[in-house]
Each structure stands twice: as C-alpha cells, then as structure tokens.
Design a protein around this ligand. Sequence first.
Ligand SMILES: NC(=O)c1ccc[n+]([C@@H]2O[C@H](COP(=O)([O-])OP(=O)(O)OC[C@H]3O[C@@H](n4cnc5c(N)ncnc54)[C@H](O)[C@@H]3O)[C@@H](O)[C@H]2O)c1
Length: 251
Amino acid sequence: MEKLDLLEQIAIVTGAGKGLGWAIAQRLAQDGANVVIAEIDQQRGEEKARAIQEMKREALAIPTDVTQWADVDNMAKRVMAKFKRIDILVNNAGILGPYHPVMEYPEDDWDRVIAVHLKGTFLCCKAVLPIMKEQRRGKVVNMASVAGKEGNANMAPYAAAKAGIIGLTKTLGKEMAPYNVRVNCISPALIETDMAKEMTPDQRALLTSKIPMGRLGKPEEVAAVVKFLASDESSFVTGQCYDISGGRSVY
Ligand SMILES: NC(=O)c1ccc[n+]([C@@H]2O[C@H](COP(=O)([O-])OP(=O)(O)OC[C@H]3O[C@@H](n4cnc5c(N)ncnc54)[C@H](O)[C@@H]3O)[C@@H](O)[C@H]2O)c1
C-alpha cells in the first residue's frame, strides 16, 4: 500500500527539469509532497510542474539560476507566498563543465562550475534555512558526488565543488541541529542521465569500471535515498554523506 508519508509537505528541488532532479521531484510527489521546480530552463520547469500536477499534487515552476542571489531570494519568497512554509530543500542543480587537466582549465569554466554547484547550494541554503529555523522543522539534501571524495581526473572544479558541498553539509549539520533542521548530502557514482551521456566514451567506461557492481546507477535509486533523508524515517541523521555508488566509495 502507498505510504504517502510526505503528504502536504512542501519540497523545493533545484534543477528538477530533468535527470536526477526530476526523478527526485517525482519520488517526493509520489510520496505525497507538493513540489517547487526551481530550474534555469523555464520551459522544462513548466513542463515538469504540469506533470507533477497530473500526479494530483500542487506544483510551481519558478525560473531560477541558483548562482544568482536575486533569483534564489525571489524563489524562496514566492514559495512562502504560495505555500506558507518549506519542509524540504534538495540542492540538485549542477553542470559537468569541460574536461581539462588543471594546468589547462579555463578560468571562466572553473568559476561557472564552482558557482553552480557550491555557491548555488550556499545561496539556496542561505535563503531557505532562516525559514526552516523559524518553523523549527526542515530537511535539506545536497547533491555531492563520489568525485568529491575521490577526485576524477580532468574534472577538477566539479570534484572540488562536490568536496566543498560535503564540507558545507557537515558544517550545516552542526549549525542547524539545535533548530530541528537536518542537513545531509548524497554522493552518487555515475548514474544514467544526460550528464553521463555528455561524457566521452572513454570517460564513461573508466568511471563505470570503478563501480564494483559493474553498472551505472538509476535515477530512481538516487531518488529513493533522497526520499529517506527528506522523511522522518531519518530523524536522527544529520551532517552525513550517503553514498549511492554500487560500492565505489569505501568511506
Ligand atoms: N548523473 C550522474 O552521474 C551524477 C553523479 C553524481 C552527482 N550528480 C549530480 O546530480 C545533479 C544532477 O545531475 P544530472 O545528471 O541530473 O544532470 P542533468 O544535466 O541531467 O540535469 C541538471 C539540471 O540542472 C539544471 N541547471 C543547470 N544549471 C542550473 C542553474 N544555474 N540553476 C538552476 N538549474 C540549473 C539544468 O537545466 C538541468 O535541468 C548534479 O548536481 C550532478 O553533479 C550526477
């Protein structure tokens, strides 16, 4: 029987226009949540909001570039104006960036990759955490990666940003614990999304070969762990990084 343990909860998922963000938005809606799609691609965001409404949940698409404080601040204010509270924030938006060794990495690409992942996660937390603190209730799930634990050659800003997200998560776990706001992150290995398709065949083969289970993960396998961390089932878990890596990460 369906459990619907997120019924009536308000969840924001950044970058939910496709890939893992969309799988997470669907899973949270399936379990009862109303979902805000905070997505830079307006058309994709609106399509996905309509799809959530077809699941008989409330949905709102808010065009948001997570690197811009004005966008993020406006997004949080619009969510509060409509729903009056925010229960769940999933900081998922991300870009891969080009492949270069550090010696050749273009500075503007470095800045953009760090900005979308690390600054974007910081800005969304800065906008939403005061609301969760006031409510004395909230769950944040940040998207890290095994790249942030182990590094991936030619992906330095991506790996550095993901390592930064793990540090930010552990810090927020401590800062927000007194207010009943839990902050965790997840660290997937390679998952079957467009991001994985953007990789060169060699890069894809290399990253797949590092996974002991010998296959890529599925978006719904990532969404299931996010659901756990966003629900009361994980009520004594905060400041943690959960791997979804088919055995790749060992710590
Ligand atoms: N796919 C993988 O193998 C994998 C593994 C580990 C971690 N991740 C992480 O999961 C997250 C999602 O990855 P994905 O594979 O679904 O990627 P994807 O490219 O399929 O989707 C990313 C989404 O984020 C949106 N986005 C990009 N920049 C944005 C911005 N500035 N503001 C708001 N939205 C923005 C895009 O429009 C897109 O809808 C990323 O943080 C990624 O680093 C992915």
